[in-house]
Ligand binder design. Structure first.
Ligand SMILES: C[S@@+](CC[C@H](N)C(=O)[O-])C[C@H]1O[C@@H](n2cnc3c(N)ncnc32)[C@H](O)[C@@H]1O
Length: 371
């Protein structure tokens, strides 16, 4: 089943050939209003990266200047996007489907596609499928009704596909690359090809299709497995007002747990995990309910570096300055301190909700009460 989609871009503008499941095009148009909008920070202008030799790995992508954590490094139009699993497709049928797509992408894009690495020379993959499987980046969410790998699309790019695997140095969102840590000039950009919360053995098992054994710091560190297992087992406390009813002192335990998990994530280089965002937000929430703007601002600064998570960056920016009046105006400001000072927990919660409703109403958002 093939649904080609060539964007309605201006005449002469490059396009991406997409081979989708039925329904994906509609989701894409809905999720990315105005798609394909002109890309900001695209590679043509003042590129902050260069492609070069990465010893033992073939080619790789390197920073050509200092890049700060949270920076959008570049965006790139994929050469080709295709659904990873199409109904009834065997490797041969998949090769035929890709051939139809590749035929339509223009000579320059085709040459770029064919020049990419192929690590699937001996497993029955055809040449186009081998390149697709070696270089594709997963794009989730284009078929919310399908689950797991069946729902995934894969994009193959000219430069993004040259990025080698390692514990994460950057995080890809569709077409865009963000720095999760500060990078010095000439540092190699890397991202994780596979989920990185498993053990060294599990990770290298998943890397088998790429035909190399990872030798990054975590893979060589005998203590890394225990730290990742610890992280997998521990759940971060949700940062919602529901824990206002927890016994006094529990905020210190929650805060300590958030701090501990942040330390593991940073030490293991796993900042691209959504858990990083979860524990940073929970840690910041504890500071807010305890009226500690100084500490909250440090957590806000870290949250600002997670640019690829769709959160309201402008709102977070207001909390980076510990003196910001936004703290006093926050509906949860000091909420924990009010407990035990004559007010019942229920009353504290009611006050919090009243403040929140007032703030939403001030923004023109009408709130309905269900009690
Ligand atoms: C998406 S390509 C990356 C770009 C590739 N190095 C090139 O020259 O085009 C994936 C392939 O690069 C190689 N590779 C990626 N990360 C590696 C690593 N950490 N160590 C060794 N080889 C790696 C493997 O051959 C893998 O199948």
């Amino acid at each position: 089943m093939r649904v080609p989609f060539v964007s309605d871009s201006a005449p002469g503008e490059p396009t991406t050939e997409c081979i989708f499941h039925p329904g994906s095009k509609e989701v894409l148009m809905q999720e990315l209003p105005g798609f394909p909008q002109p890309m900001v920070n695209s590679l043509e202008r003042n590129s902050p990266v260069r492609v070069g030799e990465a010893p033992g790995k073939g080619l790789g992508v390197f920073a050509s200047r200092v890049i700060e954590a949270g920076e959008l490094i570049f965006s790139e139009r994929p050469l080709l996007v295709a659904a990873q699993w199409l109904p009834t497709s065997s490797l041969d049928q998949f090769e035929d489907i890709l051939a139809v797509g590749v035929k339509q992408i223009g000579d320059e894009d085709k040459a770029a596609y064919m020049a990419l690495m192929n690590s699937h020379l001996e497993d029955g993959s055809g040449p186009l499928t081998g390149i697709f499987r070696t270089n594709g980046l997963g794009i989730k969410g284009l078929r919310p009704d399908l689950k797991g790998v069946t729902a995934m699309c894969t994009g193959v790019c000219d430069t993004i596909s040259r990025i080698n695997h390692r514990r994460s140095g950057m995080s890809p969102r569709f077409r865009s690359i963000f720095a999760v840590r500060d990078l010095a000039a000439d540092d190699e950009l890397t991202h994780q090809y596979i989920p990185i919360d498993g053990s060294t053995a599990e990770r290298n098992e998943l890397l088998k299709p790429y035909d190399f054994v990872c030798t990054c710091r975590a893979c060589k560190d005998p203590e890394s497995d225990a730290r990742r297992a610890d992280l997998k087992q521990s759940n971060s406390k949700p940062a919602s007002p529901s824990w206002l009813s927890d016994p006094p002192g529990s905020e210190a335990l929650i805060f300590e747990e958030c701090r501990r998990q942040v330390e593991i994530i940073e030490r293991e280089g796993m900042e691209s995990m959504s858990r990083y965002w979860d524990v940073l937000s929970a840690g910041m929430a504890v500071c807010v309910v305890m009226s500690d703007a100084q500490s909250a601002s440090e957590w806000a600064r870290k949250l600002m570096t997670i640019g690829w998570v769709d959160m309201n960056q402008e709102v977070m920016e207001l909390f980076v300055d510990a003196q910001s009046p936004e703290y006093q105006a926050h509906p949860m400001w000091g909420a924990r301190l009010k407990i035990g000072t004559g007010k019942s927990e229920e009353d504290v919660l009611k006050d919090v909700m009243k403040d929140m409703v007032a703030q939403f109403e001030a923004l023109g958002v009408h709130c309905y009460s269900f009690d």
